[in-house]
Design a protein around this ligand. Sequence first.
Ligand SMILES: O=C(O)[C@H](O)[C@@H](O)[C@H](O)[C@H](O)COP(=O)(O)O
Length: 496
Amino acid sequence: MSPHAAPEIVVHPDAEVLAAATAARLLTRLVDLQSHRAPLHLVLTGGTVGTATLRAVATSPARDAVDWSQVHLWWGDERFLPAGDPERNETQAREALIDALGDALPAANVHPVPPRSDAVPDADAAARAYRAELTTHAPEGLRAPVPDVLLLGVGPDGHVASLFPGKQTLHEHHDLVVAEHDSPKPPPERVSLTFPVIRSAREVWLVAAGAEKAAAVARAVAGGDVADTPAAGAVGTERTLWLLDVTAAQDLPAADATAGGAGAPAASPTSSDADPAPEALWARVDDYLAAVVEEPPAAAAVAAAAAAAGLPDIAVAPSQGRFLQLLAAAVGARRVLEIGTLGGYSTWWLAQALPPDGVVVTLELSEPHAAVARTSLDAAGVGDRVELRVGPAAESLDALVADDGEPFDLVFVDADKQQLATYVDRAITLSRPGALIVVDNVVRRGTVVDSAHPDDRVHGVRSFMTAVARDPRVDATALQTVGVKGHDGFALLRVR
Ligand SMILES: O=C(O)[C@H](O)[C@@H](O)[C@H](O)[C@H](O)COP(=O)(O)O
């Protein structure tokens, strides 16, 4: 099985057969793997199919072919409830399998997410404790054990574990475990592994039954947007296996699924033979790169505050933030202009490059966004190096031109695209020779090539591209990028 292999899909006639077949497959896989390595790490999932699979394992004649003393059990997520609560995934897994294994499975091999208690009063505390447990059992050089098989149920909205569409937790690239305080699936308080852990698994098995899952399954298998369909981001380093019943597979192209039990890798879900480069793979690479570009806690706090305030998740990724910082440092920036503050995340990175007397002048249209940014940047200790101006960017830029102040050394343009040509024209006017101007989001999933595209932001970018191509004041280039934010790109200008 090659890394990043296309997902395999196996379809069974109904949910009962699906659970039994998944159990048989799991037992066989564990026995096979035990001839290669020990211990094994198996991550369980909550939900009806996940729990039915555990019951089928418990009642299988092949159950005892596994040396359970060499298997560690973890959970992909947990409903943050008191110990023994029947709704806890741990409770259900104990009733379905663990109790039946008895002494064959040492208690020390079972690693539940801590239940609600006086000692662990909230999901954040449980997440911290679970993170510590993972790290305790991590091999040298890693922060968590590498799951050999990671099971995931799939919700009708495409959620996996307790990672739900539209939530900031989907974009957690560094932490191993997060608390979810507002789960749309009850209970609201949950704890979940993050994608960096899920995507570190050798094999990710997604199990789903029921027609209500079909649309999400089809979107995920087709490599959909993780923000809309989190299951699309659940891929293993060696294998991604979809185990479905007929109804959950009903929206898949017919060629994409093999009959149940065969288990042979299905035809790739794409028309080409080459491995597709799904957004999930790009996101996984970003996860890897994020481990290289450690997102400082102060930056993560700015991002978290923006998410908590409900700001749209359109800030740059950590690696892009560091890129801006390095560019600013490379030109020895003392004065930086930012057009589009949002929650202040890129502002924070830019401020890191400044000398003590440096300043980032950042322009934001929305007062509520500016208020979030101001609070976060002050809390991060960089507020004294940031001058935040609220109002329409074109007006603020004209005022800066009228001020005829010191020129800027670097400009970062990350605002509405309809007026991009105007913003960049003013930025060039406000910059010194040798200054750099970075313009974000200029590829827009490739739509920038479409002269008839209905989105006026596309036309704003195209107008900017046309203008900058013939502007004698700058040398310019533009590069495509892929990553957790999908397919996009940026332009880089140097003022002559
Ligand atoms: O705690 C949970 O609820 C699960 O971990 C969750 O991710 C579940 O696996 C899916 O919601 C699918 O659940 P069903 O299989 O019951 O549809």
